[in-house]
Write a protein that binds this ligand. Structure first.
Ligand code: ATP
Ligand code: MG
Length: 452
Protein backbone atom coordinates (compact mmCIF):
# COMPACT_ATOMS: atom_id res chain seq x y z
CA UNK A 1 0.00 0.00 0.00
CA UNK A 2 1.41 3.41 -1.03
CA UNK A 3 2.24 5.66 1.92
CA UNK A 4 0.79 9.14 2.22
CA UNK A 5 4.23 10.66 1.72
CA UNK A 6 4.94 8.62 -1.41
CA UNK A 7 1.55 9.42 -2.89
CA UNK A 8 1.96 13.14 -2.14
CA UNK A 9 5.40 13.08 -3.77
CA UNK A 10 4.02 11.30 -6.84
CA UNK A 11 1.24 13.85 -7.22
CA UNK A 12 3.70 16.70 -6.80
CA UNK A 13 6.04 15.44 -9.50
CA UNK A 14 3.23 14.51 -11.89
CA UNK A 15 2.47 18.19 -12.50
CA UNK A 16 -1.26 17.48 -12.38
CA UNK A 17 -2.05 19.68 -9.38
CA UNK A 18 -0.89 23.10 -8.21
CA UNK A 19 1.45 22.68 -5.19
CA UNK A 20 -0.68 24.94 -2.95
CA UNK A 21 -3.82 22.92 -3.64
CA UNK A 22 -2.02 19.68 -2.91
CA UNK A 23 -0.55 21.12 0.30
CA UNK A 24 -3.98 22.33 1.43
CA UNK A 25 -5.63 18.95 0.95
CA UNK A 26 -2.73 17.15 2.57
CA UNK A 27 -2.84 19.51 5.57
CA UNK A 28 -6.55 18.75 6.01
CA UNK A 29 -5.60 15.16 6.88
CA UNK A 30 -3.04 16.10 9.56
CA UNK A 31 -3.81 14.78 13.00
CA UNK A 32 -6.39 12.25 11.77
CA UNK A 33 -5.72 8.57 12.33
CA UNK A 34 -6.72 7.01 9.06
CA UNK A 35 -6.28 3.38 8.02
CA UNK A 36 -5.46 4.33 4.40
CA UNK A 37 -4.37 7.97 4.32
CA UNK A 38 -3.06 7.87 0.73
CA UNK A 39 -6.43 6.61 -0.50
CA UNK A 40 -8.15 9.23 1.60
CA UNK A 41 -6.11 12.00 -0.01
CA UNK A 42 -6.69 10.52 -3.48
CA UNK A 43 -10.40 10.45 -2.84
CA UNK A 44 -10.43 14.05 -1.67
CA UNK A 45 -8.56 15.16 -4.77
CA UNK A 46 -11.02 13.28 -6.97
CA UNK A 47 -13.93 14.86 -5.12
CA UNK A 48 -12.41 18.27 -5.61
CA UNK A 49 -12.15 17.65 -9.34
CA UNK A 50 -8.33 17.85 -9.33
CA UNK A 51 -7.70 14.22 -10.37
CA UNK A 52 -9.67 11.67 -12.36
CA UNK A 53 -10.04 8.18 -10.86
CA UNK A 54 -7.72 6.90 -13.60
CA UNK A 55 -5.01 9.44 -12.74
CA UNK A 56 -5.39 8.74 -9.01
CA UNK A 57 -5.04 5.02 -9.58
CA UNK A 58 -1.88 5.47 -11.65
CA UNK A 59 -0.39 7.75 -8.98
CA UNK A 60 -1.24 5.24 -6.25
CA UNK A 61 0.52 2.60 -8.31
CA UNK A 62 3.64 4.78 -8.31
CA UNK A 63 3.46 6.50 -11.72
CA UNK A 64 4.73 10.07 -11.90
CA UNK A 65 4.87 10.53 -15.69
CA UNK A 66 2.68 9.84 -18.69
CA UNK A 67 -0.18 12.14 -17.72
CA UNK A 68 0.34 14.65 -20.53
CA UNK A 69 0.81 14.31 -24.25
CA UNK A 70 1.23 17.11 -26.76
CA UNK A 71 -0.07 19.67 -24.29
CA UNK A 72 -3.16 17.59 -23.52
CA UNK A 73 -3.98 16.14 -20.11
CA UNK A 74 -4.90 12.44 -20.36
CA UNK A 75 -8.09 11.84 -18.39
CA UNK A 76 -8.82 8.15 -18.88
CA UNK A 77 -8.56 5.34 -21.47
CA UNK A 78 -11.39 5.08 -23.98
CA UNK A 79 -10.33 1.82 -25.58
CA UNK A 80 -7.54 -0.13 -27.14
CA UNK A 81 -7.20 -1.65 -30.59
CA UNK A 82 -4.58 -3.22 -32.79
CA UNK A 83 -2.75 0.06 -33.30
CA UNK A 84 -2.53 1.38 -29.79
CA UNK A 85 -4.51 2.93 -26.97
CA UNK A 86 -7.06 5.71 -27.18
CA UNK A 87 -7.44 8.20 -24.32
CA UNK A 88 -9.94 10.88 -23.46
CA UNK A 89 -7.91 14.04 -23.00
CA UNK A 90 -8.40 17.68 -22.11
CA UNK A 91 -6.84 20.57 -23.98
CA UNK A 92 -5.73 23.97 -22.69
CA UNK A 93 -9.18 25.45 -23.38
CA UNK A 94 -10.74 22.58 -21.37
CA UNK A 95 -11.84 21.07 -24.68
CA UNK A 96 -12.23 17.30 -24.81
CA UNK A 97 -10.43 15.28 -27.47
CA UNK A 98 -9.51 11.66 -28.09
CA UNK A 99 -5.81 10.89 -28.46
CA UNK A 100 -4.65 7.73 -30.14
CA UNK A 101 -1.18 6.71 -29.03
CA UNK A 102 0.58 4.61 -31.63
CA UNK A 103 2.99 1.87 -30.68
CA UNK A 104 6.39 3.49 -30.11
CA UNK A 105 8.46 1.76 -32.74
CA UNK A 106 7.49 -1.49 -34.41
CA UNK A 107 5.25 -0.16 -37.19
CA UNK A 108 6.55 3.37 -37.53
CA UNK A 109 10.16 2.22 -37.61
CA UNK A 110 9.76 0.89 -41.13
CA UNK A 111 11.32 2.85 -43.91
CA UNK A 112 9.04 5.63 -45.16
CA UNK A 113 6.40 4.77 -42.59
CA UNK A 114 6.70 8.04 -40.69
CA UNK A 115 6.60 10.09 -43.88
CA UNK A 116 3.51 8.17 -44.95
CA UNK A 117 1.90 8.55 -41.53
CA UNK A 118 2.20 12.33 -41.58
CA UNK A 119 1.12 12.54 -45.24
CA UNK A 120 -2.04 10.49 -44.66
CA UNK A 121 -2.87 12.31 -41.46
CA UNK A 122 -2.47 15.61 -43.24
CA UNK A 123 -4.90 14.47 -45.94
CA UNK A 124 -7.35 13.24 -43.34
CA UNK A 125 -7.04 16.54 -41.39
CA UNK A 126 -8.18 18.42 -44.45
CA UNK A 127 -11.14 16.14 -45.12
CA UNK A 128 -14.02 17.62 -43.15
CA UNK A 129 -17.43 15.98 -43.09
CA UNK A 130 -20.14 15.62 -40.46
CA UNK A 131 -19.92 11.81 -40.60
CA UNK A 132 -16.12 11.63 -40.28
CA UNK A 133 -14.42 12.05 -36.91
CA UNK A 134 -12.16 15.05 -37.36
CA UNK A 135 -8.41 14.56 -37.17
CA UNK A 136 -7.19 17.59 -35.23
CA UNK A 137 -3.44 17.12 -35.09
CA UNK A 138 -0.62 14.63 -35.20
CA UNK A 139 2.62 14.83 -33.31
CA UNK A 140 5.28 13.01 -31.35
CA UNK A 141 6.94 13.17 -27.99
CA UNK A 142 10.10 11.12 -27.74
CA UNK A 143 9.36 7.95 -29.64
CA UNK A 144 5.62 8.13 -28.98
CA UNK A 145 3.60 9.17 -32.01
CA UNK A 146 0.01 10.22 -31.55
CA UNK A 147 -2.98 11.63 -33.33
CA UNK A 148 -5.50 13.97 -31.77
CA UNK A 149 -9.08 13.37 -32.88
CA UNK A 150 -12.50 14.79 -32.25
CA UNK A 151 -13.94 13.07 -29.17
CA UNK A 152 -17.19 11.33 -30.00
CA UNK A 153 -19.49 10.77 -27.04
CA UNK A 154 -21.53 7.67 -27.81
CA UNK A 155 -20.95 4.01 -28.48
CA UNK A 156 -19.14 2.12 -31.19
CA UNK A 157 -21.41 0.19 -33.55
CA UNK A 158 -19.70 -2.95 -32.27
CA UNK A 159 -20.53 -2.20 -28.63
CA UNK A 160 -24.05 -1.13 -29.53
CA UNK A 161 -24.89 -4.32 -31.45
CA UNK A 162 -23.29 -6.54 -28.80
CA UNK A 163 -25.16 -4.75 -26.02
CA UNK A 164 -28.13 -6.98 -25.13
CA UNK A 165 -30.26 -3.85 -24.53
CA UNK A 166 -29.87 -2.98 -28.19
CA UNK A 167 -28.87 -5.90 -30.42
CA UNK A 168 -28.84 -6.03 -34.24
CA UNK A 169 -30.31 -3.21 -36.30
CA UNK A 170 -33.65 -3.32 -38.08
CA UNK A 171 -33.61 -2.60 -41.80
CA UNK A 172 -34.88 1.01 -41.57
CA UNK A 173 -32.24 1.92 -38.96
CA UNK A 174 -29.52 0.12 -40.89
CA UNK A 175 -30.48 2.01 -44.06
CA UNK A 176 -30.38 5.37 -42.28
CA UNK A 177 -27.08 4.78 -40.45
CA UNK A 178 -25.31 3.21 -43.43
CA UNK A 179 -26.48 6.04 -45.64
CA UNK A 180 -24.66 8.41 -43.29
CA UNK A 181 -21.62 6.14 -43.33
CA UNK A 182 -21.65 6.11 -47.14
CA UNK A 183 -21.98 9.88 -47.15
CA UNK A 184 -18.88 10.38 -45.00
CA UNK A 185 -16.93 7.75 -46.87
CA UNK A 186 -17.87 9.29 -50.21
CA UNK A 187 -16.34 12.60 -49.08
CA UNK A 188 -13.16 10.81 -48.01
CA UNK A 189 -12.92 8.93 -51.32
CA UNK A 190 -13.40 12.15 -53.28
CA UNK A 191 -10.54 13.65 -51.26
CA UNK A 192 -8.29 10.79 -52.38
CA UNK A 193 -8.40 8.78 -49.17
CA UNK A 194 -9.06 5.06 -48.81
CA UNK A 195 -10.01 4.04 -45.28
CA UNK A 196 -8.93 0.38 -45.41
CA UNK A 197 -10.09 -0.47 -41.90
CA UNK A 198 -13.87 -0.06 -41.94
CA UNK A 199 -15.34 -2.22 -39.21
CA UNK A 200 -17.91 -1.89 -36.42
CA UNK A 201 -15.40 -0.69 -33.82
CA UNK A 202 -14.37 2.17 -36.12
CA UNK A 203 -17.91 3.48 -36.42
CA UNK A 204 -19.26 5.57 -33.55
CA UNK A 205 -22.98 6.12 -33.02
CA UNK A 206 -23.43 9.46 -31.31
CA UNK A 207 -25.97 10.28 -28.63
CA UNK A 208 -28.14 11.87 -31.29
CA UNK A 209 -28.08 8.63 -33.29
CA UNK A 210 -25.69 9.78 -36.00
CA UNK A 211 -22.63 8.10 -37.50
CA UNK A 212 -19.02 9.20 -37.18
CA UNK A 213 -16.37 7.14 -38.90
CA UNK A 214 -13.10 6.84 -36.96
CA UNK A 215 -9.47 6.31 -37.96
CA UNK A 216 -9.63 7.80 -41.44
CA UNK A 217 -6.39 7.12 -43.28
CA UNK A 218 -4.73 5.45 -40.35
CA UNK A 219 -4.58 1.90 -41.70
CA UNK A 220 -2.93 3.03 -44.90
CA UNK A 221 -0.58 5.29 -43.03
CA UNK A 222 0.86 2.59 -40.82
CA UNK A 223 0.41 -0.57 -42.79
CA UNK A 224 0.88 -0.03 -46.49
CA UNK A 225 3.93 -2.19 -47.02
CA UNK A 226 3.22 -4.84 -44.50
CA UNK A 227 -0.38 -5.66 -45.33
CA UNK A 228 -3.09 -6.82 -43.02
CA UNK A 229 -1.69 -10.27 -42.54
CA UNK A 230 1.28 -9.07 -40.58
CA UNK A 231 1.64 -10.37 -37.06
CA UNK A 232 -0.08 -8.33 -34.40
CA UNK A 233 -3.05 -7.33 -36.50
CA UNK A 234 -6.15 -8.20 -34.55
CA UNK A 235 -8.27 -11.05 -35.85
CA UNK A 236 -11.35 -8.81 -35.76
CA UNK A 237 -9.97 -6.72 -38.60
CA UNK A 238 -9.88 -9.78 -40.88
CA UNK A 239 -13.63 -10.19 -40.48
CA UNK A 240 -14.09 -7.03 -42.53
CA UNK A 241 -11.12 -7.11 -44.93
CA UNK A 242 -11.63 -7.49 -48.68
CA UNK A 243 -10.19 -10.44 -50.65
CA UNK A 244 -7.91 -8.19 -52.71
CA UNK A 245 -6.71 -6.40 -49.57
CA UNK A 246 -5.70 -9.74 -48.11
CA UNK A 247 -3.79 -10.59 -51.30
CA UNK A 248 -1.98 -7.28 -51.69
CA UNK A 249 -2.81 -4.51 -49.22
CA UNK A 250 -1.31 -1.76 -51.37
CA UNK A 251 -3.57 -2.53 -54.33
CA UNK A 252 -6.84 -2.05 -52.46
CA UNK A 253 -8.92 0.84 -53.80
CA UNK A 254 -12.20 2.46 -52.73
CA UNK A 255 -14.12 -0.67 -53.75
CA UNK A 256 -12.22 -2.51 -51.04
CA UNK A 257 -13.76 -0.07 -48.54
CA UNK A 258 -17.17 -0.94 -49.99
CA UNK A 259 -16.53 -4.64 -49.37
CA UNK A 260 -15.75 -3.79 -45.72
CA UNK A 261 -18.95 -1.72 -45.54
CA UNK A 262 -20.77 -4.88 -46.73
CA UNK A 263 -19.22 -7.02 -43.96
CA UNK A 264 -20.04 -4.30 -41.42
CA UNK A 265 -23.66 -4.10 -42.63
CA UNK A 266 -23.85 -7.90 -42.37
CA UNK A 267 -22.66 -7.66 -38.76
CA UNK A 268 -25.08 -4.83 -37.96
CA UNK A 269 -28.07 -6.85 -39.21
CA UNK A 270 -27.07 -10.35 -38.08
CA UNK A 271 -25.12 -9.55 -34.91
CA UNK A 272 -22.19 -11.58 -36.18
CA UNK A 273 -19.62 -11.09 -38.96
CA UNK A 274 -20.09 -12.97 -42.27
CA UNK A 275 -17.41 -15.53 -41.43
CA UNK A 276 -17.75 -16.11 -37.72
CA UNK A 277 -15.05 -18.01 -35.80
CA UNK A 278 -11.92 -19.70 -37.05
CA UNK A 279 -8.28 -18.71 -36.87
CA UNK A 280 -6.37 -16.20 -38.97
CA UNK A 281 -5.64 -18.57 -41.89
CA UNK A 282 -9.21 -19.78 -41.88
CA UNK A 283 -10.62 -16.23 -41.95
CA UNK A 284 -8.33 -15.19 -44.80
CA UNK A 285 -9.28 -18.27 -46.80
CA UNK A 286 -13.00 -17.73 -46.35
CA UNK A 287 -12.85 -14.01 -47.16
CA UNK A 288 -11.06 -14.83 -50.38
CA UNK A 289 -12.84 -18.01 -51.48
CA UNK A 290 -16.22 -18.50 -49.81
CA UNK A 291 -19.58 -16.84 -50.09
CA UNK A 292 -21.11 -16.18 -46.69
CA UNK A 293 -24.51 -17.55 -45.65
CA UNK A 294 -27.19 -15.09 -46.79
CA UNK A 295 -27.61 -12.42 -44.14
CA UNK A 296 -31.37 -13.10 -44.09
CA UNK A 297 -30.60 -16.48 -42.52
CA UNK A 298 -29.37 -14.87 -39.29
CA UNK A 299 -31.06 -11.48 -39.38
CA UNK A 300 -34.64 -10.88 -38.35
CA UNK A 301 -36.96 -9.27 -40.90
CA UNK A 302 -34.44 -8.60 -43.66
CA UNK A 303 -36.14 -8.72 -47.08
CA UNK A 304 -34.22 -10.43 -49.88
CA UNK A 305 -34.02 -7.09 -51.71
CA UNK A 306 -32.12 -5.57 -48.77
CA UNK A 307 -29.93 -8.68 -48.40
CA UNK A 308 -29.04 -8.12 -52.06
CA UNK A 309 -27.34 -4.83 -51.12
CA UNK A 310 -25.09 -6.74 -48.70
CA UNK A 311 -24.32 -9.35 -51.37
CA UNK A 312 -23.46 -6.73 -53.96
CA UNK A 313 -21.16 -4.94 -51.51
CA UNK A 314 -19.49 -8.24 -50.64
CA UNK A 315 -18.97 -9.52 -54.17
CA UNK A 316 -15.53 -11.13 -54.40
CA UNK A 317 -14.89 -9.29 -57.68
CA UNK A 318 -14.40 -5.52 -57.15
CA UNK A 319 -15.84 -4.77 -60.60
CA UNK A 320 -19.15 -6.38 -59.65
CA UNK A 321 -19.60 -4.40 -56.45
CA UNK A 322 -20.97 -0.88 -56.14
CA UNK A 323 -18.22 1.11 -57.79
CA UNK A 324 -18.48 4.01 -55.39
CA UNK A 325 -20.46 5.30 -52.43
CA UNK A 326 -22.73 7.37 -54.66
CA UNK A 327 -24.16 4.17 -56.18
CA UNK A 328 -24.59 2.61 -52.76
CA UNK A 329 -26.36 5.69 -51.42
CA UNK A 330 -28.97 5.47 -54.19
CA UNK A 331 -29.89 1.90 -53.19
CA UNK A 332 -29.89 2.63 -49.45
CA UNK A 333 -31.98 5.78 -49.84
CA UNK A 334 -34.82 3.71 -51.34
CA UNK A 335 -35.22 2.09 -47.90
CA UNK A 336 -35.98 5.41 -46.29
CA UNK A 337 -39.18 5.75 -48.30
CA UNK A 338 -42.02 4.97 -45.83
CA UNK A 339 -44.26 3.54 -48.59
CA UNK A 340 -41.61 1.11 -49.71
CA UNK A 341 -40.83 0.16 -46.12
CA UNK A 342 -44.47 -0.58 -45.41
CA UNK A 343 -44.78 -2.63 -48.60
CA UNK A 344 -41.67 -4.72 -47.82
CA UNK A 345 -41.73 -4.93 -44.06
CA UNK A 346 -45.35 -4.52 -43.04
CA UNK A 347 -45.62 -3.95 -39.29
CA UNK A 348 -41.82 -4.10 -38.97
CA UNK A 349 -41.60 -0.79 -40.81
CA UNK A 350 -42.67 0.89 -37.57
CA UNK A 351 -39.45 -0.35 -35.98
CA UNK A 352 -37.78 2.62 -37.63
CA UNK A 353 -39.20 4.73 -34.85
CA UNK A 354 -38.02 2.37 -32.11
CA UNK A 355 -34.34 3.16 -32.59
CA UNK A 356 -32.76 4.44 -29.40
CA UNK A 357 -29.35 6.06 -29.77
CA UNK A 358 -26.91 5.30 -26.97
CA UNK A 359 -27.99 7.29 -23.90
CA UNK A 360 -25.62 9.94 -22.55
CA UNK A 361 -23.28 8.28 -20.11
CA UNK A 362 -22.35 10.11 -16.97
CA UNK A 363 -18.72 9.40 -16.38
CA UNK A 364 -16.83 9.39 -13.15
CA UNK A 365 -14.78 12.24 -14.54
CA UNK A 366 -17.91 14.32 -14.85
CA UNK A 367 -19.72 13.45 -11.67
CA UNK A 368 -16.83 12.81 -9.27
CA UNK A 369 -16.37 9.53 -7.54
CA UNK A 370 -18.26 8.87 -4.30
CA UNK A 371 -20.78 11.64 -4.81
CA UNK A 372 -23.24 9.45 -2.99
CA UNK A 373 -20.94 8.87 -0.02
CA UNK A 374 -21.80 11.35 2.67
CA UNK A 375 -18.78 10.53 4.79
CA UNK A 376 -15.71 10.36 2.58
CA UNK A 377 -13.55 9.29 5.50
CA UNK A 378 -15.40 5.94 5.64
CA UNK A 379 -13.52 2.79 4.73
CA UNK A 380 -11.90 3.03 1.31
CA UNK A 381 -10.20 0.46 -0.84
CA UNK A 382 -8.28 0.52 -4.08
CA UNK A 383 -11.41 -0.84 -5.74
CA UNK A 384 -13.06 2.46 -4.94
CA UNK A 385 -10.75 4.02 -7.45
CA UNK A 386 -11.25 1.32 -10.08
CA UNK A 387 -9.37 -1.86 -10.79
CA UNK A 388 -5.59 -1.55 -10.61
CA UNK A 389 -5.18 -3.63 -13.77
CA UNK A 390 -3.65 -1.81 -16.74
CA UNK A 391 -6.13 0.22 -18.82
CA UNK A 392 -9.38 -1.22 -17.50
CA UNK A 393 -12.60 -0.10 -19.10
CA UNK A 394 -13.66 3.16 -17.45
CA UNK A 395 -16.22 2.85 -14.65
CA UNK A 396 -19.48 4.18 -15.89
CA UNK A 397 -22.70 5.05 -14.24
CA UNK A 398 -25.73 4.45 -16.42
CA UNK A 399 -28.32 7.20 -16.30
CA UNK A 400 -31.97 6.22 -16.02
CA UNK A 401 -33.43 5.19 -19.41
CA UNK A 402 -34.91 8.05 -21.45
CA UNK A 403 -38.59 8.70 -20.76
CA UNK A 404 -41.05 7.68 -23.46
CA UNK A 405 -42.51 10.66 -25.29
CA UNK A 406 -45.99 10.12 -23.85
CA UNK A 407 -44.83 10.09 -20.22
CA UNK A 408 -45.32 13.29 -18.22
CA UNK A 409 -43.47 13.47 -14.93
CA UNK A 410 -45.71 14.27 -11.94
CA UNK A 411 -45.63 17.97 -11.04
CA UNK A 412 -43.71 18.92 -7.95
CA UNK A 413 -45.64 19.60 -4.72
CA UNK A 414 -44.78 23.26 -4.72
CA UNK A 415 -46.53 23.75 -8.03
CA UNK A 416 -49.24 21.15 -7.12
CA UNK A 417 -51.83 22.24 -9.71
CA UNK A 418 -52.93 18.81 -10.93
CA UNK A 419 -53.66 15.67 -8.95
CA UNK A 420 -51.18 12.92 -8.19
CA UNK A 421 -51.99 9.32 -7.21
CA UNK A 422 -51.83 10.15 -3.48
CA UNK A 423 -54.18 13.13 -4.04
CA UNK A 424 -56.65 10.67 -5.57
CA UNK A 425 -56.57 8.28 -2.62
CA UNK A 426 -56.94 11.15 -0.15
CA UNK A 427 -59.95 12.38 -2.07
CA UNK A 428 -61.50 8.87 -2.02
CA UNK A 429 -61.07 8.58 1.79
CA UNK A 430 -62.70 11.98 2.31
CA UNK A 431 -65.56 11.00 0.01
CA UNK A 432 -66.04 7.75 1.97
CA UNK A 433 -66.18 9.55 5.35
CA UNK A 434 -68.72 12.10 4.09
CA UNK A 435 -70.85 9.31 2.55
CA UNK A 436 -70.75 7.34 5.83
CA UNK A 437 -71.76 10.41 7.86
CA UNK A 438 -74.67 11.16 5.49
CA UNK A 439 -75.75 7.49 5.81
CA UNK A 440 -75.68 7.61 9.63
CA UNK A 441 -77.64 10.88 9.70
CA UNK A 442 -80.21 9.37 7.30
CA UNK A 443 -80.61 6.22 9.43
CA UNK A 444 -81.04 8.28 12.63
CA UNK A 445 -83.58 10.56 10.89
CA UNK A 446 -85.59 7.57 9.55
CA UNK A 447 -85.66 5.80 12.96
CA UNK A 448 -86.75 9.04 14.70
CA UNK A 449 -89.54 9.43 12.10
CA UNK A 450 -90.88 5.90 12.78
CA UNK A 451 -90.67 6.29 16.57
CA UNK A 452 -92.55 9.60 16.57
N1 ATP B 1 -12.43 9.66 -31.37
C1 ATP B 1 -12.97 8.83 -30.48
N2 ATP B 1 -13.95 9.25 -29.66
C2 ATP B 1 -14.50 8.40 -28.75
N3 ATP B 1 -14.14 7.11 -28.60
C3 ATP B 1 -13.17 6.63 -29.39
C4 ATP B 1 -12.52 7.46 -30.35
N4 ATP B 1 -11.58 6.71 -31.00
C5 ATP B 1 -11.65 5.48 -30.45
N5 ATP B 1 -12.59 5.42 -29.50
C6 ATP B 1 -12.98 4.25 -28.67
O1 ATP B 1 -11.84 3.44 -28.49
C7 ATP B 1 -12.11 2.13 -29.00
C8 ATP B 1 -10.83 1.52 -29.53
O2 ATP B 1 -10.42 2.24 -30.66
P1 ATP B 1 -9.18 1.75 -31.51
O3 ATP B 1 -9.20 2.49 -32.80
O4 ATP B 1 -7.95 1.85 -30.71
O5 ATP B 1 -9.46 0.20 -31.67
P2 ATP B 1 -10.11 -0.62 -32.83
O6 ATP B 1 -10.94 0.27 -33.69
O7 ATP B 1 -10.79 -1.81 -32.20
O8 ATP B 1 -8.88 -1.17 -33.61
P3 ATP B 1 -7.94 -0.42 -34.68
O9 ATP B 1 -6.69 -0.11 -33.94
O10 ATP B 1 -7.73 -1.44 -35.73
O11 ATP B 1 -8.64 0.80 -35.17
C9 ATP B 1 -13.21 2.34 -30.05
O12 ATP B 1 -13.95 1.18 -30.29
C10 ATP B 1 -14.03 3.42 -29.41
O13 ATP B 1 -14.91 2.84 -28.45
MG1 MG C 1 -10.19 2.12 -34.45
Amino acid sequence: MTSLDDFTANVASSGLIEPEILARHRAALEGQSLAKPALELANRLIHGGFLTPYQARKLLEGATRGFFLGGYRLLRPLGEGGMGKVYLAQGPALDRVAIKVLPPKKILEEENALVRFYREMDLSRRCLHQNLARTIAVGSEGDVHYMVMEYIAGKSLFDMIKDTRHGPLRVPDAARLFLQLADGLEAAHLAGLVHRDIKPSNIMITQTGDVKLLDMGLARAVDEDAGLTKAGVVLGTLDYASPEQLRDAASADIRSDLYSVGCTLYFALAGQPPFEGGNMINKIFRQRMEDPEPVEKFAKGVPTAFGAIVRKLMNKKPEERYQNCTELKIDLARWLDPARLRASLGADAEAAHAFQPPPPELLDDDIRLHDSVSDPSGSLSLRDLGSPLPSPPPRRREPPPPLPASFRPPPSKSRGASRSISDDSRWLIQFGIVAALVGIVAIVAISLFYHS
